[in-house]
Design a protein around this ligand. Sequence first.
Ligand code: AKB
Length: 372
Amino acid sequence: MTVRLLNGVFSQVLLKPACGCTTPIVPVQFLGISPFQVPSRANFHSVSSSDTEHPRVLITGGLGQLGVGLAKLLRNRFGKDNVILSDIRKPSDHVFYSGPFIYSDILDYKNLREIVVNNRITWLIHYSALLSAVGEANVPLARDVNITGLHNILDTATEHNLRLFVPSTIGAFGPSSPRNPTPDLCIQRPRTIYGVSKVHAELIGEYYHYRYGLDFRCLRYPGIISADSQPGRGTTDYAVHIFHNAMKSGKFQCYLKPDTRLPMMYIDDCLRATLEIMEAPADSLPMRTYNIGAMSFTPEELAQEIVKHVPEFQVTYNVDTVLQAIADSWPMNFDDSNARKDWGWKHYYDLPELVTTMFNFYTSESRAAHVS
Ligand code: AKB
């Protein structure tokens, strides 16, 4: 296909989707807007968010730790039918009956494109990914899902003019990054496939933004703590499992050393931040990727806070050397001052508030279980 660039030079452009399909993916914009740059075939059917009152949202990897909670938040805001949860796994009855659910495989480019077109999607939240621990256990799969899958997402989002959110992580930093605090812009040399794939996502998303005008938005999440959804085998998972064990047996064996400090966040803050960055006016976002922070603690400090609720609680330590090496290469504290300044980010949950909220959840759940 021939397009005219701003300087009037004509150029052949054919972007191939990551899946290797032969259908060309057409960039919607080259470093600026010109009618010559917007091929009618690619955009004829696309819907921009201004065409609908509310965004039409697709969430990939929807059955992970965050998808169901985010769908609930977005459905409250934009209407139940405007938010489609998707995954390759089978949903529970509760998830299936609480709003639209669809099968979507991010490695199947055609399937992805079909879903976006048929459902008139305008926002894409890309949650499919293999986390740090599981990624190290299966590098080829992590590479496929986190890198090839992301390419399909980027191409689909660019072709259909979507607003795209891709989460990044504290895991996008490495041992040579400043760790206390870690700023938005610094050296990033992670030593996990997860981290490498997330640095790639940050950079290629930013590149697509400047090269094709893709509305790419990205937050670096800390370890996320949730009561009613399980994390998918990351390094920070201990901070979720510890609550369940404290309630169930009063004991917990931790795979990280007692003084391992990592940034963490309660799920409600994380989901609200995601909605806020998606709704932020484009001119309030001078950067495409922001750190967001809330609190930072060690297993020992978390255990001390839990003891206030479960006085007999005991933690033992049996260090997993692989996970410890990962944690030791990650930030201890996150500098999120740019997010606070540019789009008004603030967290609501600190450590005491988090622990109280988690125990309130488990206590009300066990009360409900006794009643029924
Ligand atoms: C992990 O531990 O892999 C994730 C993360 C911090 O991104 N929870």
